[in-house]
Design a protein around this ligand. Structure first.
Ligand code: AMP
Length: 249
């Protein structure tokens, strides 16, 4: 039976109001609440469901980043992942860590762990890249299941390769998309306690033969422009008049 890797990213919590650093080099992260990327919660839930249905044997949660990402891995373990891998990336390397570097790590780990499937979130809510799944699939030369899944009937998407296709087809990089794909379970207190005993291995990118050099340079980060207040009009005539005034028609 198969082993599945799930990528879990630690991001600024979705409810936090993002602030740009005064020097415009990035956003403020110090003292800001972080959580597991919501799409990664969905990925963990999907992987754990596959295990409960006995389609996979082991769920391994992987996170790349500094020491703090171990908390994110622990959350995945409390949700039902079996063990974790912390890929240590810090300092300058962490600042420039992007989809290409993470996908090189994921691809190397998938080979090392002899995983049959890599399940990732559709996107991380901090960079909104939506690239890591696609790049991981390309690097591994595996089929990928991504955005289009939304229109599939529930349950069909991941179970099909497992139940309906030969063993050698049980390989997919899944960029799981919809917030409606499933409802991630809460980590209950007993499971949080149990998760403390589960193992998290520490790995360095160099151990995986991955070079973290980035070719992306951030020039400047700015707040999006403030939206102007809208105007309400009573009638279609008023609307047309306003549009004419604004030179739109
Ligand atoms: P992105 O392509 O950056 O939008 O991220 C898509 C998905 O890739 C996330 O939902 C995660 O599953 C995975 N991912 C991205 N960055 C990391 C990271 N640093 N550690 C673990 N998984 C990651």
């Amino acid at each position: 039976m198969a082993r599945v890797l799930v990528g879990v990213k630690r991001v600024i919590d979705y409810a936090v109001k993002i602030r740009v650093k005064p020097d415009h080099s990035g956003v403020v992260t110090d003292g800001v609440k972080h959580s597991m990327n919501p799409f990664c919660e969905i990925a963990v839930e999907e992987a754990v469901k596959l295990k409960e249905k006995k389609f996979v044997k082991e769920v391994v949660a992987v996170s790349c980043g500094p020491q703090q990402v171990q908390e994110t891995i622990r959350t995945a373990l409390a949700m039902g992942a079996d063990r974790g891998i912390h890929v240590e990336v810090s300092g300058k390397d962490y600042e420039t860590l992007g989809p290409l570097q993470v996908s090189k790590i994921m691809a190397a780990l998938a080979k090392k762990e002899e995983a049959k499937m890599v399940i990732l979130g559709k996107q991380a809510i901090d960079d909104d890249c939506n690239q890591t799944g696609q790049m991981t699939a390309a690097l591994l030369d595996w089929p990928q299941v991504c955005g289009g899944l939304l229109s599939n009937p529930p349950g069909a998407r991941l179970t099909v390769p497992f139940s309906g296709l030969p063993e050698n087809a049980v390989r997919a990089t899944c960029a799981l998309c919809s917030l409606r794909l499933n409802t991630p379970r809460y980590a209950t207190l007993p499971n949080i306690m149990k998760a403390k005993k589960k193992k998290i291995a520490n790995v360095k990118p160099a151990d995986l033969g991955v070079d973290l050099t980035s070719r992306v340079e951030v020039l400047r980060v700015d707040e999006p422009p403030q939206r102007q207040a809208g105007v309400k009009v009573e009638t279609v005539e008023d609307l047309v008049a306003k549009l004419k005034e604004a030179g739109r028609v």
